[in-house]
Design a protein around this ligand. Structure first.
Ligand SMILES: Cc1cc2nc3c(=O)[nH]c(=O)nc-3n(C[C@H](O)[C@H](O)[C@H](O)COP(=O)(O)OP(=O)(O)OC[C@H]3O[C@@H](n4cnc5c(N)ncnc54)[C@H](O)[C@@H]3O)c2cc1C
Ligand code: FES
Length: 510
């Protein structure tokens, strides 16, 4: 988030351990039994699981291992995914709720086991996670959630106390959960996969997939990797084989980390009513205790994230007694319309598998997905409620329709020229960190001035499917609200599904 660095918001990154030195990019064509595309929790865990089973694995990461959403998450490893179990039970029935609960609870222990087995230095600590309510309505919701969660075998208990500075009306506690440094954990997984013979290439974006008899050709700038199977672990996987672009929507959220005047509570908590905030403690290598405070989400570009970060900083100061905001950052995840992740492939494309739609709970969810994907590649044909080819339920369909309308709006937004074009441009030129979309007779133009004072004008039409991008001043980047692509001020792709940069345009009115 290089566009916003006032001293009161601390450094523009998460406080986690720095990434190790990058591995070299792919240098030329080759083959592999499995190519994993993407080095977040899903990709790194899948690569490790397959390498452990003896598969020849190549992992290709466009930027850095753990540099995507996984490494910018808040690192809570829990089966408590908000008050989800009462909703799952109601919408999908007891068996699906049980599958979700048992798999995610098992993933908490899988992650702890992998940390132990591979000696991953990622500040893993045992915690009890909490949901807390501030109103009687929220308390009633937690009572319902507790009943369902307990019936599913989860370690859930109601209490009247939560690790937050407010008077709560009720809290729901899950015991024997974990929190960790997600960046160090995912980097550790990739190193463990390499220890089993997997080959990892960073700064190697995959540009194209071409199915061929018995496998898939994976195209990169350095040549083709001929793969038996491909796992799309890209957060927003493409090609869209299972309609995931319609069945999930991108949701951003921002965080601050702060030093407090007193001790930071060890256990995490998430509010179910009032301001929806999620908190956890993180202890730096130097032993400094930080509170991490996270918002709920919004479509990329729908919020001025500078305002939200300032609100968070204010809240940290006045509600929690923060003495200094040390860090601020943001990230995006794909939220599934029917609450369930999508894992697997489409009928007829058995060589290409994917996982997405973790709805902000992908550390355990992604671990579950990796397990299912690795089993599938190993020949296990078990159908699960997470099957990517499933049909969404009715409420999911209604959400998809609303999301489709939103995409329609983003396709036509800022296409009609309005008076005052020059004024709009003038406010951007020479003002570092400012950007806006200007409607012109030849289409919308994205104009921004980067942190170094360089003004760029680009086509504002997202190169994925044509929605109009929006300036994210807090991140100093162009975001697309439709499926979550992100572009640098000079148009380069920072996050997919877009793979082509925004093209340069003349500065409007000049
Ligand atoms: C603010 C925030 C906080 C969160 N906190 C938690 C939490 O505490 N606990 C929890 O369980 N979940 C949390 N989540 C959710 C969780 O972080 C995500 O669900 C999970 O990280 C998704 O993992 P992933 O591997 O699918 O994606 P990513 O980690 O984003 O990895 C995808 C990778 O694919 C790469 N890639 C994309 N396209 C290509 C290409 N063409 N070629 C090569 N590589 C490519 C990207 O560069 C990226 O590195 C949080 C989410 C957010 C937004
Ligand atoms: S149109 Fe799909 S990400 Fe922009």
């Amino acid at each position: 988030m290089s566009g916003l660095t006032p001293p009161d918001l601390g450094s523009p990154d998460a406080p986690f351990a720095p990434l190790p030195d990058p591995r070299p990019p792919l240098a030329g064509p080759r083959s592999a039994e499995v190519v994993v595309v993407g080095g977040g929790i899903v990709g790194a865990t899948t690569a490790l699981q397959l390498a452990e089973r003896g598969f020849e694995v190549v992992l290709l990461e466009a930027h850095r291992i753990a540099g995507g959403t996984s490494g910018r998450s808040t690192g809570k490893v829990t089966s408590q995914h908000g008050p989800i179990y009462s909703q799952l039970d109601q919408r999908h029935g007891r068996d699906t709720a049980h599958f979700y609960a048992s798999r995610n609870e098992a993933a908490v222990h899988t992650i702890a086991g992998l940390v132990d087995r591979y000696d991953i230095d990622c500040s893993l600590e045992p915690v009890a996670t909490h949901l807390h309510a501030l109103t009687s309505r929220g308390a009633a919701q937690l009572e319902r959630e507790a009943t369902v969660a307990r019936s599913l075998g989860l370690p859930a208990s109601l209490t009247d106390d939560a690790p937050v500075p407010d008077a709560v009306t009720a809290a729901l506690r899950f015991d024997d959960q974990r929190q960790l440094d997600p960046r160090a954990y995912v980097a550790g997984l990739a190193a463990a996969a390499e220890g089993h013979g997997a080959v990892v290439h960073e700064r190697t974006p995959v540009r194209k997939l071409r199915p061929r008899r018995g496998g898939v050709n994976v195209h990169t700038d350095a040549g083709v990797v001929a793969a038996g199977h491909v796992v799309l672990a890209m957060l927003t996987p493409w090609p869209d084989l299972v309609g995931a672009f319609a069945r999930a929507h991108p949701s951003r959220a921002v965080c601050v980390a702060a030093e407090l005047s007193g001790a930071v509570p060890t256990d995490p908590s998430l509010g179910v009513d009032g301001p929806s905030r999620s908190t956890r403690r993180y202890v730096t290598d130097a032993g400094t205790e930080l509170l991490i405070l996270l918002t709920s989400g919004w479509r990329p570009g729908a919020n001025d994230e500078r305002d939200t970060l300032r609100e968070l900083a204010d809240e940290a100061t006045h509600r929690w007694g923060a003495t200094r905001i040390t860090h601020h950052w943001g990230a995006m995840d794909q939220v599934s319309a029917d609450l369930l992740p999508m894992v697997g492939g489409a009928p007829g494309t058995s060589h290409i598998l994917l996982a997405t739609g973790f709805s902000k709970w992908g550390l355990t969810g992604g671990t579950v997905a990796a397990d299912l994907l690795a089993a599938r590649i190993a020949g296990d044909r078990v159908r699960t409620p997470f099957d990517a080819a499933r049909l969404p339920d009715l409420r999911g369909l209604a959400k998809m329709t609303a999301a489709g309308a939103r995409v329609g709006y983003e396709l036509v937004r800022d296409r009609i020229p309005r008076p005052g074009v020059r004024g709009g441009v003038d406010q951007v030129v020479g003002t570092p960190g400012e950007g806006r979309v200007i409607a012109t007779a030849t289409g919308p133009v994205a104009v921004c001035t980067d942190a170094d004072g360089v003004t760029c004008a680009l086509s504002a039409t997202c190169t994925h499917l044509g929605c109009t991008v929006r300036w994210n001043a807090a991140a100093g980047a162009w975001d697309c609200a439709c499926h979550g692509s992100r572009f640098a001020p000079d148009g380069q792709v920072l996050a997919g599904p877009a793979t082509t940069p925004l093209s340069p345009r003349d500065l409007p009115g000049r």
